[in-house]
Structures are given as structure tokens and as C-alpha cells.
Design a binder for this molecule. Structure first.
Ligand code: SF4
Length: 249
């Protein structure tokens, strides 16, 4: 039996027993743990914390959380495979092909526009970096609250820069079946993508207020986001009534 896999299962078990974990809370969050009010209920966060503690105790170099969780899940799959074989169950790695999940292509409107948004915004930040720093420096001198508002808006836009396209891609995968339960992952993914679009719209409006000279170009971005939101609400009419574990309870 795989030692790492066993360790991973034990670690998850210990976390479930010692913490007030909300199952599935990490599936439809925005992965912004620094700003999350529900870290105490999240197994992904707990794994990261525990790994960090063990790493510090052993003086080991820092490992990316995503990389660590990926390794751990891989180990857990190995363990399941071992257990299946021990019980005479065939564990065929290609079994999931029968679910016929279709990867959405970039020709889908939402994915295409969200991708356009991220490329456009990335370029805009690169070409306006110095200007933004100057404005922030001036605000820091004149008004700390304005400085914080603009800093926050920039952080929000940067955080969601790729997130929106990724979540719409997931939302567009074929549902498990055509029942409300079968569509729940699609709706949950669409909901968090729409929330991210909304926050980006608000942040873009803040940028417009503080950088009026960029009005034309920022308005173009704002209009694109509004169109994405409108289309997403049309394509996923059930999304906003989806209850995200922990966040919408
Ligand atoms: S639920 Fe909160 S703590 Fe957990 S992964 Fe999401 S943002 Fe991070």
C-alpha cells in the first residue's frame, strides 16, 4: 500500500475530525484565501496550514499549495487503486471516458469574451503601470481612504484576471445529466464566475473615477464585462439561485 497515499487520507481524516469543515466549500469560492472569512471551515486551507507547519518544523523549502494538494490527491488516488486491487475490483484509469465530458472550445461566447478581457486587462496594466503608481503615490499623500479604495480595485481586477474564463470553461462542461443535481457543478461554477464579473465591474468603475484620462479605454472594458454578465445570466438562468456551501447557507 502506498505510504504517501495513506498519509494523505489520514491527514484529511484528521482535519475532518478536528475542524468544523464544510464539505465542498472550496468548489465554488474565488480561491482568494487571504480575503476569505471561512478559512476555519475549509479543508483545502487546513491542508495548506498543516503542510506549512510541518514544512517549518522540518526546515523544508516552501511548496506551492496547488502543487502540494495535487501531489496529495494523486497519492490518495494511488491508495484507492491499491485498495481496489486488494478487494479484487478492477480500477481502470480510462473509466471516466464514458462520462463523455466535452471540453468547451474557445469559440463559446463567454469563454472567448472572458479571455479577451484578461488579455486586454493584462496589457492595460502593463502599459499603465507607471501612471497607476504615480496616482497611488499622490493619493497616499492626500487621502489614505482613496488610496485604499483604488488599491483594492486594482487587486480585485488582478485577482480575477484569469479566474473568470477558467470558471466559465468549467461551467460549460457537459452536465452529468440533465437534472438540477446533474447541472449543479455547472451552475455553481457559473455563479462564482458571475460574482467575479460583478466585482470586476465595480472595480473597473473605481478605476474610471480615479483615472478619468483613461475613460474611453476603461469604458470599453466595462462594456465588455457588462455584456459577459448579461450573457452569463441568460445562458445560466439557474446559476444565481445555486447555494454555494458555506457562502450562501
Ligand atoms: S473556501 Fe476560502 S479558504 Fe477555502 S479555498 Fe476558498 S477562499 Fe480559500
Amino acid at each position: 500500500m502506498n505510504g504517501n497515499g495513506k498519509k494523505a487520507i489520514e491527514q484529511l481524516q484528521r482535519i475532518k475530525e478536528t475542524r468544523d469543515i464544510i464539505p465542498g466549500i472550496h468548489n465554488y469560492c474565488d480561491r482568494w484565501c487571504e480575503r476569505c472569512a471561512l478559512t476555519a471551515h475549509c479543508s483545502v486551507f487546513a491542508i495548506g496550514e498543516e503542510e506549512d507547519r510541518i514544512r517549518k518544523e522540518n526546515n523544508e523549502p516552501e511548496q506551492e499549495l496547488v502543487e502540494y494538494v495535487g501531489t496529495m490527491l494523486h497519492d490518495a488516488m494511488d491508495l484507492l487503486s491499491d485498495l481496489a486491487r486488494e478487494h479484487g475490483i478492477e480500477f481502470d484509469e480510462n473509466d471516466d471516458e464514458e462520462f463523455d465530458f466535452k471540453k468547451p472550445t474557445k469559440t463559446n461566447y463567454l469563454v472567448r469574451k472572458a479571455d479577451e478581457h484578461s488579455k486586454w486587462l493584462f496589457k492595460w496594466f502593463v502599459s499603465n503601470n507607471r501612471k497607476i503608481d504615480e496616482i497611488l503615490a499622490t493619493l497616499e499623500e492626500s487621502s489614505i481612504s482613496d488610496f485604499k479604495i483604488l488599491t483594492d480595485a486594482i487587486e480585485v481586477l488582478k485577482w480575477y484576471i484569469h479566474f473568470i474564463a477558467v470558471k466559465f470553461s468549467r461551467a460549460l462542461m457537459s452536465p452529468i445529466d440533465n437534472s438540477p443535481e446533474g447541472r449543479s457543478d455547472n451552475n455553481g461554477s457559473a455563479k462564482i464566475a458571475i460574482i467575479a464579473v460583478n466585482r470586476s465591474i465595480e472595480a473597473m468603475a473605481v478605476l474610471l473615477r480615479y483615472i478619468p484620462k483613461q475613460e474611453d479605454v476603461l469604458l470599453e472594458g466595462l462594456v465588455r464585462l457588462e455584456r459577459i454578465k448579461k450573457r452569463a445570466l441568460k445562458d445560466f438562468p439557474e446559476a444565481m439561485s445555486f447555494k454555494r456551501p458555506g457562502f450562501d447557507d
